[in-house]
Design a protein around this ligand. Structure first.
Ligand code: GTP
Ligand code: MG
Length: 323
């Protein structure tokens, strides 16, 4: 199951308290202070793992508590630090607290401390001075931080494939990359984003994301709605797929643009390429009339025959090279 949002509660470990104690030895009437310090509480760390693709772990377990530091003891024994917890998330996870972004994890094995463990308290041995050789003072440990965090996954892909259901997005991704998304001859086959790495040659690769199909009214919740559009917010280039058998290619293009714009105007600032898909179904290829009122490349492609695929990959690479 693909999960791209979860709200979790985290509590870092409390620091252990310092100890107040005095040395007791035979024949030593007044032993000095020997209370050790408390250990530090465990941190809650959030870390990316490139093998993860969803936040599913956080759908079931929503509360995480790191261990507390041990208390200090006599004989100058310091308490052990509490063990921290590492919460692994997919690359592209955004962490928010009170609606504010606190970290955007965009690299592999990137980590940050989401909640700090409390400092351990000092034991009485630390407070000994020349004038006070028998201090009884000691500190309690600091509390560990406690937070409610929102985890939101926004996949990281340079290229986003958008189009109506059944337009051939997943098939295209499966032809230009090693990804194996589900493909079928009915709308809404794809129910979550799929990522694929496309290699132009051994030097240049890019990641493309295939998202569920859009329909007119998606921004009002029609079809699968617009909840997957956040996954193309980080893309640099959008590839619009429109079936060659459509009666109104430019009308379809404008409908798709409208849906994207209704979701987030800024998406319209991205570079665009239009792919006329399934061109193998058309005999008179030159006869396809495209008037988009837009200065963008239009490429006729067939994922079945392979026609146009190389041109598409080169055009995308060219755009990415300019950035
Ligand atoms: N003739 C032909 N059929 C194609 C081509 N590409 C895809 N198809 C077919 O079109 C149908 C839909 O393909 P998908 O790749 O699942 O389409 P999609 O856009 O991912 O669909 P959703 O996930 O539902 O949005 C499948 O039956 C494919 O076999 C093509 O280039 N030529
Ligand atoms: Mg699909």
């Amino acid at each position: 199951m693909f999960i791209d949002y979860s709200k979790i509660k985290v509590k870092a470990g409390d620091g252990g308290s310092g100890c107040s104690s005095f040395r007791r030895e035979k024949f030593v009437p007044f032993g000095g202070p020997d209370g050790g310090n408390g250990g530090k509480g465990g941190d809650i760390i959030i870390k990316t793992n490139s093998n993860l693709a969803t936040l599913i772990d956080y759908r079931y377990k929503k509360s995480y508590k790191a261990k507390r530091g041990q208390h200090g003891q006599g004989k100058n024994k310091n308490g052990k630090n509490g063990e921290g917890i590492i919460l692994e998330v997919p690359i592209g996870t955004v962490v928010k607290e009170d609606g504010e972004l606190i970290c955007d994890l965009i690299e592999d094995a990137q980590e940050f401390i989401a909640a700090k463990g409390g400092r351990g308290g000092k034991g009485n041995a630390v407070f000994a001075t020349s004038t006070d050789q028998a201090p009884t003072k000691w500190e309690t440990g600091q509390k560990g931080e406690e937070k409610v965090l929102e985890l939101e996954l926004k996949v990281l892909a340079e290229v986003g494939l958008v189009g109506f259901p059944n337009s051939g997005k997943s098939t295209l991704l499966s032809k230009i990359s090693a990804a194996k998304p589900k493909i079928a001859d009915y709308p809404f086959t794809t129910l979550h984003p799929n990522l694929g790495t496309v290699a132009k040659d051994s030097y240049q690769t890019f990641v493309a994301a295939d998202i569920p199909g859009l329909i007119e009214g998606a921004h009002k919740g029609k079809g699968l709605g617009d909840k997957f559009l956040k996954h193309i917010e980080r893309a640099k280039i959008l590839v619009f797929l429109i079936e060659s058998v459509s009666n109104d290619i430019s009308g379809d293009y404008n409908k798709l643009l409208n849906e994207l714009g209704a979701f987030n105007e800024e998406i319209l600032q991205k570079s665009r390429i239009v792919v006329i898909s399934k061109i193998d179904l058309i005999k008179d290829k030159e006869g396809i009339n495209i008037n988009l009122n837009d200065e963008i490349p239009v490429i006729k492609v067939s994922s079945f025959s392979g026609e146009g695929l190389e041109k598409l990959i080169y055009t995308i690479s060219g755009f990415l090279g300019e950035k």
